[in-house]
Design a protein around this ligand. Sequence first.
Ligand code: NI
Length: 268
Amino acid sequence: MPKGMPHFALVRGSGHVRSDNPPVVTPRCNFAPPCGTSATGEGLDQRTKLSFFAAFCDLHRPYASKNKHDPARRPRPQRARHEETLTTMPTERPKPGEYNPYYDKYISLILGNDIVGTLSSQLPKTIALLSSLSEQDGELRYAPGKWSLKEALGHVIDTERIMTYRALCIARGDRTPMPGFEQNEYAREGPHSSVRLTDLVEELKNVRAATLAFFRNLRDGDWKRQGVANNDSITVRALAYIIAGHELHHRNIFEERYLGRQVRAEIA
Ligand code: NI
């Protein structure tokens, strides 16, 4: 990149700022004390001191008025810590033949062709559902011998990691066949039953953030790349749709079977 040429760190997906123009940190207080006064307002009468600092300066909140109608007491709009995330990124849907038809049960749950947008937008609903539950709910099983809700959530997390790893290898041109994974053994060997539900919910959020970071940065050609996992030929884009569909599939099971809610099975 030639020096001085403005560019964006990332063209697609995440609304990044110009990497050669780091954001300017705005001082929280731009107002010097009135002439003849100190930074703490010495030399001002109390009334002036209150109105001056409360109105203009967050650093002097202790001086803020107790009047609830005072504009200085109204919550200030928080500046987003990050640029607004733009997730819309149409991609071609996987075609039959790109994956084992077994995965249709997940892929068919996902509509449209903006898989990155879907991965980003559907997770909050799953998080909202799980966050509304108690730790005790994490122990729920809908039938003897079935995974507990926490074990099922651990399975969702593990699966997303594995599918993303497969997508990574294939997207990077690695043709080495990858093994399958035995989900019941993973659940049995995993720690999820002894992890707090709230911690698993955090883990799912973090894993999804990593998933999104990976998929957002793919180039057009990467999505169509094909590799072999679990003895099946599969493409990167099929794996992305499987991740989203698998999450949705299990969210529907959480609602219908674990929580006994009468819900129409949702599709994204
Ligand atoms: Ni599953």
